[in-house]
Design a protein. Sequence first.
Lengths: 114, 113
Amino acid sequence: NAGVTQTPKFQVLKTGQSMTLQCAQDMNHNSMYWYRQDPGMGLRLIYYSASEGTTDKGEVPNGYNVSRLNKREFSLRLESAAPSQTSVYFCASSGRTDTNYGYTFGSGTRLTVV
Amino acid sequence: QKEVEQNSGPLSVPEGAIASLNCTYSDRGSQSFFWYRQYSGKSPELIMSIYSNGDKEDGRFTAQLNKASQYVSLLIRDSQPSDSATYLCAVIINAGNNRKLIWGLGTSLAVNP
């Protein structure tokens, strides 16, 4: 089925370890996003890519890096994981760079940093 | 004042009733409004978008937008237990030369059989 695919679904890291969250969409969308969702904080934008070849910081970029590998793929890297990065991470894509259209979300990655 | 505000709930309604979910926003120039549904442990799913004042209906769902009063609401008719979820309001606001999508924290809805 068409949509946004995220991997892995679950991950436990030790403090200081690194990992990359993968995201791919097959809807030919230009824009892609990484969010984290925490209880009481809602969805917070980490990084986004308005189009292939561009990336920009969102509200909470510290501790993360991203790569827009091609139009389909947008990865999120944690270089040195911290307990504060324990969260649920969602990748999303949108067909328009002006965000006037809704987002399609991946199924999420539940990350625990111990 | 938060940019997008929702009552956190929980909102509890009996099966078959109308559930009314409300969202207010601060940016008077906002043009685009969205409702997402999020089941526990799942990702948000777009259920309605609305851009013009008035009502927009899609099946059992009706979105209502009032730009003068800066609120957008979602009505769910004939509520079903399967409608039990958190409903997120999202609004595009103008931030300088850019537009930003701002999320509310969501309203939890429980539909009781």
